[in-house]
Write a protein that binds this ligand. Structure first.
Ligand SMILES: [Zn+2]
Length: 118
């Protein structure tokens, strides 16, 4: 049997990260191999932090990269409760006003005192 070509998808610094990505990829039906985790108990102590490689089959590389990119795209900052310019209060997590359809503007501060007369 010929071995299928494999490719390194990414490198993580912690087993937690590696496990997180592995679970996400396997959830999408992609076979994932971790390199650097076995023996890292000793390796980390002797050689400093290990690099943990996440390896996939070459044929899965593109799909895997897309999945990783999606994971990384998740917003780091949740949208807080905000006041739309139309006067409606929009619950946190919603980027669009339920009343007028206006979009959340992270730079706008509606609660500033009115010290700038028109
Ligand atoms: Zn609005």
């Amino acid at each position: 049997m010929e071995e299928m070509p494999m490719a390194r998808l990414m490198v993580t610094e912690t087993e937690v990260d590696a496990s997180f990505y592995k679970a996400a990829l396997e959830g999408s039906g992609i076979s994932v191999f971790i390199s650097g985790m076995e023996g890292s108990v000793f390796g980390a102590a002797l050689d400093g932090p290990d690099e943990i490689e996440i390896i996939v089959y070459q044929k899965d590389l593109e799909a895997s990269q897309a999945i990783i990119a999606e994971l990384d795209e998740e917003p780091e900052n949740e949208i807080p409760t905000w006041d739309c310019s139309c006067g409606a209060e929009v619950d946190e997590g919603f980027g669009v006003c339920w009343s007028c359809g206006g979009e959340y503007d992270a730079g706008a501060k509606s609660h500033d005192s009115d010290n700038a007369p028109d």
